[in-house]
Design a protein around this ligand. Structure first.
Ligand code: NAI
Ligand code: 13P
Length: 313
């Protein structure tokens, strides 16, 4: 919707032909983004070749755990030179512990790709409400090219040459938001939430730097900015999951009742493992991973965090 608002001719690809037809007929994606009217010229198709024909860029907005499976499907339909890929997924791949750009590099070596991240609830962007985001890529020409395709005054795009920092921020904020939700659900108060969010930024900053990113990125839109948004309340799927867990609901029951992905669930253990491999400790993310796999209750997780040795901030 944002690309269409920026004046681009847009094709929306859906895996399932019946679903694509239903979305086209309804003029909205009633399952995933109800209430957001698709603009009249937008093509909805299950034919990936048709969706990619003449494309200047391809935005991949699939959950992080499904990005790898999507990439080989694109390959037969990519022109030469291939359009750059814009990665919206915020997470770490389980098993490989790879971040989205690393998954692309592994499956499609040499493909031009950038990370799109920041505090951007899809329903608000779809409604045309003001927002800012980061386009992160090492290549300045690629950042500029993609920004020219996607930016409007309401959707303010900042470039970043720190894609690692942007990816770590996007992945980690989902996990920390679960923690923030859990303290709210358990009635532990706003002070505890603010402490977790702030110390959460310290965690994502440490990991980003250990992986070659920069501390400033952690304080920007794709780090602190997205965490502020995500951890601010139940509009976030990650925070609302945390709230439910904090209230004592079972993870499986909460997940069974929702449609879209809650990225922090799969990402928490992968993020912690990636950090451990880099020699970085992430106490809050570790507590969330333990909470999700039933090793700790919210109360025990909080007690563990509070009993860590005192040190300087
Ligand atoms: N919803 C939001 O406000 C934002 C989401 N993101 C990130 O974008 C990614 C996607 O998020 P949402 O669109 O919200 O998730 P969602 O779960 O609501 O929708 C995912 C979409 O991907 C499709 N999909 C699922 N598995 C697939 C597969 N194996 N192959 C192809 N397509 C598949 C689904 O049919 C659906 O259209 C996540 O990593 C999320 O963190 C980033 C910014 C904002
Ligand atoms: O990434 C998001 C906002 O920037 C969406 O957050 P949730 O997936 O927690 O809803």
């Amino acid at each position: 919707l944002q690309a269409a608002r920026a004046g681009r001719q847009v094709a929306l690809w859906a895996r399932d032909a019946d679903r694509a037809a239903a979305i086209a007929a309804a003029g909205e994606n009633a399952r995933y983004l109800p209430g957001a009217a698709l603009p009249p010229g937008l093509l909805v198709t299950a034919d990936l070749g048709a969706a990619l024909a003449g494309a200047e860029a391809a935005i991949l907005a699939v959950p992080a755990q499904h990005l790898r499976a999507m990439l080989p499907r694109l390959l037969p339909h990519l022109a030469d030179p291939a359009p750059p890929l814009v990665l919206a997924a915020k997470g770490v791949e389980r098993g490989t512990l790879l971040l989205p750009l690393e998954v692309v590099a592994a499956v499609l070596p040499g493909a031009a790709a950038a990370v799109l991240s920041g505090p951007n609830f899809a329903h608000e962007v779809a409604a045309g409400l003001p927002a800012a985001a980061v386009l992160a890529a090492a290549d300045p020409a690629l950042r500029e090219r993609l920004a020219a395709l996607l930016a409007t005054p309401e959707f303010r795009l900042y470039g970043s040459d720190d894609p690692m920092g942007a990816q770590v921020g996007g992945a980690a904020k989902n996990v920390i938001a679960i923690a923030a939700g859990a303290v709210i659900g358990a009635g532990l108060g706003e002070n505890a939430r603010a402490a977790l969010v702030t110390r959460g930024v310290a965690e994502l900053s440490r990991l980003a730097m250990a992986l070659g990113g920069r501390a400033e990125t952690a304080a920007g839109l794709s780090g602190l900015g997205d965490l502020l948004l995500t951890a601010s309340g139940p509009a976030s799927r990650n925070t609302s999951l945390g709230i439910a867990l904090g209230r004592g609901e079972a993870l499986a029951a909460v997940l069974a009742g929702r449609v879209g992905v809650t990225e922090g669930v799969a990402t928490a253990p992968a993020l912690v493992a990636r950090a451990a491999a880099a020699g970085v400790e992430l106490p809050i993310c570790e507590a969330v991973a333990a909470l999700l796999d039933g090793r700790l209750t919210v109360a025990a997780a909080m007690a563990r965090l509070l009993s860590r040795p005192r040190r300087d901030e």
